[in-house]
Write a protein that binds this ligand. Sequence first.
Ligand SMILES: [Zn+2]
Length: 261
Amino acid sequence: MPTIWEKAKAGFHYRGDFLVIDAHCHLECAPGAAAGPFSLPRLIETMDALGIERACVNLAHFPNAPEANDRLNSYVRREPMRIFAIALVNPFTPNANLDEARRCLDELGMRGVKVANHWNRSALLPLKTEDAERMEPVFALAERQRRPVICHGFITPDAVRRHPDLPFIIAHGTEDWEAAEAYRPFPNAFFDTATGFFPRATIEHFVNRFGADRIVFGSNMPRNDPRVPLGAALTSGISRLDKEKILGRNMAGLLGFNPSK
Ligand SMILES: [Zn+2]
């Protein structure tokens, strides 16, 4: 049985076998780090080697969201067939978020919104209630437009409940099995696979607890190695259909992406 690496060397792609969309990628993980391992060419090279068709990208490490979004827009223009742009908003700034989200979704055609709740907190804890409430206009906009919101870690369960038509993708959500339970009643809460915590067992656990429809492949590339969640999903003890859902189908649905067009 050939390994993933041997398949990659032979030019094998999952395309046609599995559609793979990475829901959680970054470029320029530090300001100015546009070259080398944090660069667009390296991202595309890695995607090609692993058969990842598309990547949802944000520049979450920029302190200034409009600047990050402008840079992201220039990357999408270079690789429009490989990247979905996810607009960055900062939940700790009082006023600017709705205008910036509008600009990114309406004018720049970005596919979703990333709430950069890691800027004031290092853990995956939910946003404080007042910070989550400040995001309400952005959530309402995204909900009307059916664009997913990606959060670094957990958003408050209340926000998820208030917006039943808004998909919330809880990045790294599979890292904390207990915290995830609070989101079980809400089918609009999704979890990505960016975890270092027994990745294969984690995928099996989340499929058992939440169903495969609520799990999306997300790697946190280039900070984390995408081979880990990809290999975990491919080798986990779940059905082939569930693997297809996790690796690409679910995210295609959330993004309104039809790969055959
Ligand atoms: Zn990340």
